[in-house]
Design a protein. Structure first.
Ligand code: ZN
Length: 308
């Protein structure tokens, strides 16, 4: 069974600006255009690799007039993507050309990390991964396939103390502790994409305030319903943590819980995936609605903002 990050969901400002950045600047694929099932007047946009594989999916709830978030303890500090180790120079130049705010690349756990922010101030980074150039990649626009993003590297979480979150990662979510560097403790799952969670110790730093640029939650992979149920059982029996009941998100089935440092975690099944309601070749082109909202399609389409 493959463990690791399934998807990361964040909050953004205007949808159109979000689409422009993730498609045009970063070269991701829009793999699903749907609405927030709990608030169908707003989009839920999913970006990923060509097939929309678990471990490549970054999703957004865009709000036209969102207040900016403030990063703090109990939140995701940074979301990182994999690129070939030799592509960091290409990306540094691209971020300069596109006017994207970024930092000088640094070394972390032996890898080169190029940190930058999206238009809402969401903290992102590209991590140079040796051997990633041999993996297939989705090429779009003017980004050559050889330099394209290959899914997530991972996330770093800002925590008060690492041990309680580490226990959930290792006992329930399929990760193992993989080293310490400075304020970071690294956990790895071995998955090719989305295989890393770094815990950054922040002590008594302020708690975060969710808003534009904030990560709302991090979802971890379960192969199917049985695997998810087993993880739910372990959370309750070994850690005293109760999850929500399972929710059908159309493309995966999920439970949610707050890990001990306050970060909202989800466990999402790999099945059925994004090709369940439209052909793989045209993922993301049409507005897809769950069956319980189909009857309100005309009304929903009228209030959603234009994306292009
Ligand atoms: Zn989610």
């Amino acid at each position: 069974m493959t463990h690791g990050i399934h998807h990361v969901t964040a909050i953004s400002g205007p949808a159109r600006r979000n689409v422009e950045f993730y498609l045009d600047t970063l070269g991701l694929r829009l793999v699903k255009k749907t609405v927030n099932f709990d608030d169908p007047g707003t989009y839920h946009l999913y970006y990923g690799d060509e097939a929309g594989q678990p471990g490549s999916i970054l999703t957004f709830f865009p709000w036209e007039h969102v207040a900016p978030g403030r990063l703090g303890v109990g939140e995701t500090q940074e979301t990182t993507f994999r690129v070939p180790a030799g592509s960091i120079g290409y990306w540094t130049q691209r971020l300069v050309e596109k006017g994207v705010k970024h930092s000088t690349p640094v070394r972390r756990f032996g890898e080169t990390v190029l940190a930058f922010t999206d238009p809402d101030g969401m903290r992102l980074a590209l991590v140079g991964v040796p051997g990633a150039d041999a993996e297939p990649a989705w090429s779009v626009g003017d980004i050559p396939a050889e330099h394209a993003i290959r899914g997530f590297h991972g996330v770093s979480l800002l925590v008060k103390e690492t041990a309680p979150t580490g226990a959930i990662l290792t006992d329930v979510l399929g990760f193992t502790e993989a080293g310490t560097e400075g304020a970071y403790v690294r956990f790895r799952s071995g998955a090719p994409m989305g295989g890393f969670v770094d815990l950054r110790v922040a002590g008594d730093f302020l708690r975060g305030r969710q808003g534009g640029g904030s990560v709302h939650h991090v979802a971890f992979r379960a192969a199917d319903d049985a695997a998810e149920a087993e993880m739910v059982r372990k959370l309750q029996e070994n850690h005293g943590i109760r999850t929500t009941e399972q929710k059908d998100r159309n493309y995966f089935r999920s439970v949610y819980f707050r890990e001990p440092n306050g970060v909202l975690f989800e466990i999402a099944t790999d099945i059925p995936g994004f090709a369940v309601d439209e052909p793989a070749a045209t993922l993301g082109e049409a507005l897809k609605l769950p069956s319980f909202l189909e009857g309100r399609r005309a009304e929903i389409e009228r209030v959603l903002p234009e994306l292009t």
